[in-house]
Design a protein around this ligand. Sequence first.
Ligand code: FNR
Length: 187
Amino acid sequence: MSDLRLLGLSGSLRRESNNTALLRTLQDSMPADIELSVKTLHGIPLYDQDLENRGTPRAVVELRVEIAASDGLVICSPEYNCGMPGVLKNALDWASRPASASPMKGKPVLIVTSSPAFTGGVRAQAHLREVLTGMLARVIVWPQVVIAGVHGKVQNGRVADETTVQFLHEAVGGLAAEISLLRRSLA
Ligand code: FNR
């Protein structure tokens, strides 16, 4: 069994998503002691408190269980209109419940944004940071991973640019270090 179980969430539902490709590339190349599962957010209904009060939808229960079972999250997201996509915000809203005891509370999270633009989704990065902090997640402050021109770096569903792969690995290393620190402080 791996020492570290990470859950990768993609902010894009697109079949040929560059952001999902970033996660798949990491998944394929994790060291033996780290396991990274990749999840897309298909099938998560729109947040509705009436729906929640009637009984949490199965897809949301699964999302919450997977988050709770992980040691940390890697969120890879595009930027839509200067923020994170609604699909991702919606899933995070579900995951943030119940407010005082959600699986997001205290969860170490690495944020990765990417875009075909040279700005690399930097505004979605800031948006995610604020929203995740609001739900008391433990956002990794360094490095902040912003990948510009991503369409030129992905081929056949995987990252083909070695510098980008290295950057992603360094970032996961930062997440792993934060989780180790947390474990030591709780021991
Ligand atoms: C975009 N895109 C975009 N890109 C960006 O850098 N800043 C932005 O504000 C936006 N806004 C935006 C809005 C909407 C509705 C769409 C559909 C797209 C472009 C976006 O970065 C691009 O489509 C990415 O390739 C999407 O990521 P995936 O699907 O490849 O992971």
